[in-house]
Write a protein that binds this ligand. Structure first.
Ligand code: AMP
Ligand code: MG
Length: 419
């Protein structure tokens, strides 16, 4: 449930910093989706609704990490080759079912259960055999090539935490303790529409003065990457009544509504005003570039995000701000902030220094092995080709007034923002 507290930020004219906006999101949002149990494969990309506790050890028994010969280390001479007779053969899945006798070696294969009484395995490449005898070189360490029971997963330990996004490795780990299903949150149901009299569906002929709708498609794609179920509500005109009807009907059947356009201060920017009459806007003026207007609030009890209309601004504000809300509402727990990587600027740039700023860039390794960020040549917040031609965003903190070629800067790969 989103439960934003009304406070000074929605009333005064100050621009909210990115950190304050994210703090508010963190503080007031929690999972709004119910829990279900689904088969392991179906759990991919969902968020775990409970901690998962191991009900067994993995591996379930000590076993050999190599094809070779299992021995008892104390039977070996410390400084000479040791000759031991072969007393048995242990293939994976076929344990010996008896205690190893001292002074014997056992042929063993990768995954074969180490018989009680043995503790060390020689790789087959390291030994010589002659008939039923094996010559073992000196110097092997006690416990070499032995995999211990429970060394991967220990009975009773928490192996997966609630709120974790399920990736292939989480599914594999669950399977490794014999689970066939996982408790997960249902996907977040999100309604998406674009606003603007000039916005035209790509399936229609473009009328004079109009522009094709790209935001709906980028936003739906971003939401799907985060595991959401999306309802595409098309394009709504800059008309208070129509916007209001769309919001009210979407709110009754969705966990979150995301719109683009119409949240700025222009006379035709009606979305924010309509949301204010139906619910509340927690904040909408942020100290960020691009995308100063991004409205976050709720319509009735459904969370609402009004993204800016400019296509780059819509994507960047989704990636850096709305993404965290989407993940929290979906059940994610823990630090959701994307990792920023330090790379070298291959350009110079003078930011105004008043807002958090993002530039689009691609990375290239130069002759000396340095990872350099190259700016996309066109900067406008409507230039969607800059998102296609880049690997990610350069993030410039407030207060930075100058970036020179060779400076270390923060880089945010797009990949970090799709999960
Ligand atoms: P707005 O935020 O509504 O003032 O829109 C800002 C700019 O983004 C305007 O130039 C719009 O034409 C453009 N824009 C708004 N929505 C979309 C959209 N869905 N697809 C492409 N451009 C858009
Ligand atoms: Mg508009």
């Amino acid at each position: 449930m989103v439960n934003f507290k009304n406070d000074c930020f929605s009333l005064n004219k100050n621009l909210l910093s990115l950190e304050s906006a994210l703090e508010k999101i963190e503080k007031f949002s929690e999972p709004v989706v119910s829990i279900e149990k689904v088969g392991l494969s179906e759990a991919l990309s969902r968020f775990l609704a409970e901690d998962i506790v191991a009900t067994c050890d993995v591996p379930p028994h000590d076993n050999s990490a190599v094809d070779g010969y299992a021995v008892c280390h104390s039977d070996l001479s410390a400084n000479r080759e040791t000759l031991l007779p072969l007393a048995g053969r242990i293939a994976a899945g076929h344990p010996l079912r008896q205690i190893a006798k001292k002074g014997n070696a056992y042929r063993i294969f990768t995954g074969g259960v180490m018989p009680d009484g043995t503790d060390t395995v020689f790789m087959q490449e390291d030994v010589r055999t002659q008939g039923d005898n094996v010559f073992l070189p000196a110097g092997i360490q006690l416990g070499a090539n032995r995999r211990f029971r429970g060394e991967d997963v220990c009975y009773g330990s928490i192996i997966l935490n609630r709120g974790k996004r399920v990736r292939p490795q989480e599914i594999g780990l669950a399977a490794s303790i014999g689970l066939i299903e996982l408790p997960v949150y249902k996907p977040l149901c999100v309604a998406v529409f674009s606003t603007g009299d000039e916005i035209c569906d790509p399936s229609l002929n473009l009328k004079e003065g109009c522009i094709y709708d790209s935001n709906r498609f980028t936003i739906i794609g971003l939401l799907r990457e985060l595991g959401c179920h999306v309802t595409d509500l098309g394009i709504i005109n800059d008309d208070q009544r129509m916007i209001s009807d769309a919001l009210v009907s979407a709110a009754s059947t969705h966990d979150l509504i995301i719109t683009s356009g119409g949240v700025s201060v222009g006379g035709e920017d009606r979305v924010r005003q309509v949301v204010e009459t139906l619910g509340e806007i927690e904040f909408w003026r942020l100290a960020i570039k691009p995308g100063r207007p991004i409205a976050i609030g709720n319509v009735a009890s459904t969370a609402f995000v009004g993204l800016p209309g400019n296509p780059v601004a819509a994507m960047v504000t989704f990636m850096r701000i709305a993404r965290i809300l989407v993940l929290r509402l979906s059940g994610a727990i823990g630090n959701l902030n994307p990792t920023l990587y330090r790379v070298t600027a291959a350009f110079s740039f003078k930011p105004r220094g008043e807002r958090r700023e993002w530039l689009r860039a691609h990375l290239k390794v130069d002759g000396e092995g340095t990872l350099n960020a190259h700016l996309f040549p066109v900067k406008g917040s409507g230039v969607l080709t800059s998102m296609v031609g880049s690997h990610g965003l350069i993030e410039i903190n407030e207060g930075v007034k100058k970036i020179e070629c060779g400076d270390l800067i923060d880089f945010l790969p797009f990949n970090e923002l799709y999960s």
